[in-house]
Write a protein that binds this ligand. Structure first.
Ligand SMILES: *Cc1c(COP(=O)(O)O)cnc(C)c1O
Length: 374
């Protein structure tokens, strides 16, 4: 597949256990001819809601559509401002722009999560929502965010695309905001075998509206109540996700073990040149990725790891406000000091659930070889 000794991730391995299930699944589904929505989607929604701690889950076509539909369902309109972060995957802002709303970026702390203390300074008369991102599967300050949102009458839509099964202060991500949005892209946990996403909420009225909006605004076969979109989850993806849901918590725990091993190696180095991601006593992290901060010469460390066959990467080297697409927002270098500094320091080590102990050791050995010892 590639020249890596330890790849950034190995999707073939992650999906191996689904092959038998697939064989049994597809024949009856082909027989029924039910490919979009239907029973398989209903069963997936029920199971996802149960496991994510919400009362409702609405399957949609991608994480991006999940965010756009949730915002729209909560009343965000063209011309509104929506506060989010610029160190996420570009889709978080793209979903806001898709509605004709303007993304407003709040800086993050050294932990890469939205800095709740700076949030209020970004709220104007036009602000109608806030979209925090639980980046890397590390949960943002849910309670702090919800109290600011409530004080200003804002909708809170959590981008949980990297954080299924993460918790903070006893709350699962996606359950403190008005809605929680998950991407089920193959790289996410759980990952489908194509595009897919889901919105969770405990507001039955919102869930019902999302079911209409995802399906062309149709309230029944022949009645279009409002303009919607084609953002449905297809039945094959929903069925494929069931065995992935089954193993999700076990896989989260395995990633936590890998993360703990990396942390021990980095803390053992003791010179502080490479800082492991911060953890909190009140949080359960999902460890979608293990991202360290390299105080200087990040790119030299990246090159040295590549030389040793280690699939380290940078997520994401260019913050959203500095992307060509964001030029119209008029935000230059200096607008978000911590976001910009971190973009030059972050480095992602391979951290996936089917990594072998040998692979984890190879990464640890490479780090010990490359980094100065204490
Ligand atoms: C993957 C991801 C998305 C977008 O999800 P898609 O399913 O690719 O549309 C949005 N936000 C974050 C933080 C993501 O990681």
């Amino acid at each position: 597949m590639s020249g890596w000794r330890v790849p950034p991730v190995d999707l073939a391995r992650e999906n191996e256990h689904v092959v038998e299930y697939l064989r049994a699944l597809l024949a009856p589904m082909l027989g029924r001819g039910e490919f979009i929505l239907g029973d398989a989607v209903g069963a997936f929604e029920e199971e996802f809601a149960r496991r994510s701690g919400a009362t409702e889950a609405v399957g949609v076509s991608s994480g991006t559509d999940a965010i756009a539909l949730a915002l729209r369902g909560l009343g965000v309109e063209s011309g509104d401002e929506v506060v989010t972060v610029a160190n996420s995957f570009v889709a978080t802002a793209g979903a806001i722009v898709q509605l004709g709303a303007t993304p407003v970026f709040c800086d993050v702390g050294d932990d890469e999560l939205i800095d709740v203390d700076q949030l209020e300074a970004h709220i104007t008369r036009r602000t109608t929502a806030v979209v925090p991102v639980h980046l890397r599967g590390r949960p943002a300050d849910l309670i702090g965010l919800r109290s600011v949102a409530d004080r200003h009458g804002l909708a809170m839509v959590e981008d949980c695309s990297q954080a299924f099964l993460a918790e903070r202060s006893g709350h699962q991500v996606g359950t403190v905001g008005h809605a929680g949005c998950f991407s089920l892209h193959p790289l996410k946990n759980p990952g489908a075998m194509g595009d897919a996403g889901v919105v969770i909420t405990s507001d039955a009225t919102l869930a019902a509206r999302l079911r209409v909006l995802r399906n062309h605004g149709l309230v029944d076969r022949d009645t279009c109540a409002e303009w919607g979109s084609n953002a449905r989850l297809d039945a094959v993806q929903a069925a494929l996700l069931m065995p992935k849901l089954e193993v999700a918590s076990q896989r989260r725990d395995r990633r936590a073990t890998v993360a703990a091993e990396y942390r021990a190696v980095l803390e053992g180095l003791g010179d502080g040149s490479v800082v492991p991601p911060p953890v909190r006593a009140e949080a359960v992290e999902a460890w979608y990725s293990f991202v360290v901060r390299v105080r200087d010469s990040r790119d030299a460390l990246l090159a040295a790891l590549h030389q040793r066959g280690i699939g380290a990467l940078v997520h994401y080297p260019v913050p959203i406000h500095l992307q060509p697409a964001a030029r119209g927002l008029g935000l230059g270098l200096g607008a978000l000091p911590t976001t910009e500094r971190l973009a030059g320091e972050i480095l992602t080590l391979p951290c996936f659930s089917t990594m072998t102990d040998d692979e984890v050791q190879m990464v640890a050995d490479a780090l010990l070889e490359v980094l100065p010892s204490a």
